[in-house]
Design a binder for this molecule. Structure first.
Ligand SMILES: C[S@@+](CC[C@H](N)C(=O)[O-])C[C@H]1O[C@@H](n2cnc3c(N)ncnc32)[C@H](O)[C@@H]1O
Length: 183
């Protein structure tokens, strides 16, 4: 899929201008108290930038140059890396890796397990992988949990919104938190 970073970001800027809270993902992650966050599939950086504003060390990774160009323009001092998450090796880990905004639904078909493994490889000891995505769009929770388990992560909690509403089925959206299994 081709992204256009400025128009993607403009949608969120318009919502914010109307007074809507566009930082639910960042608030959820910040509440975990992480020292560092990898914004995996960061797009225009809207989550990472808000986390940095809250004093958290962030790195953003995305495969799309247009999205990253917008991120770099909005926050030139932050670290933005162009790379496929499915083959990512930054040589370091983070307290939290977050995939906000349906990232697993946009990775090329057939790369979902590698995407999750690439993210999981960057979760440090005691850390967590957090992901929010819509359900009923071809990649579901059974597959996601299986991919997390294969990558050494186990489910700790699941909600239906970023404001932590309880998860009840049938559900249209899920926010999942997996932590690294102790060795
Ligand atoms: C809907 S956007 C969400 C952007 C941002 N996380 C947000 O919440 O605004 C999905 C993003 O995931 C990125 N993405 C999907 N699969 C990816 C992969 N395998 N490697 C890197 N980026 C990926 C896309 O390039 C796109 O920028």
């Amino acid at each position: 899929m081709e992204w256009e970073g400025d128009s993607y970001q403009a949608r969120f800027d318009a919502l914010a201008a109307k007074g809507e809270d566009v930082h639910g993902e960042a608030a959820f992650v910040a509440a975990l108290g992480p020292s560092s966050v990898l914004d995996a599939g960061c797009g225009t950086g809207r989550v990472a930038i808000e986390l940095a504003r809250r004093g958290i060390a962030v790195v953003g990774v995305d495969a799309d140059e247009s999205m990253l160009a917008t991120a770099r323009e909005r926050a030139p001092a932050l670290t933005w890396i162009a790379h496929d998450l499915a083959s990512l090796d930054l040589g370091r880990t983070f307290a939290v890796v977050v995939m906000a905004g349906n990232v697993p639904l946009f990775t090329p078909a057939g790369t979902e397990a590698a995407l999750v493994a690439g993210c999981a490889a960057h979760v440090g000891p005691g850390g967590a992988l957090v992901a929010g995505f819509q359900l009923g769009r071809g990649y579901g929770l059974a597959d996601y949990d299986a991919h997390c388990a294969a990558a050494g992560l186990e489910l700790e909690g699941r909600w239906s919104t970023w404001s932590a509403a309880p998860f009840t089925e049938p559900a249209g959206y899920a926010v999942s938190l997996h932590h690294r299994r102790p060795i």
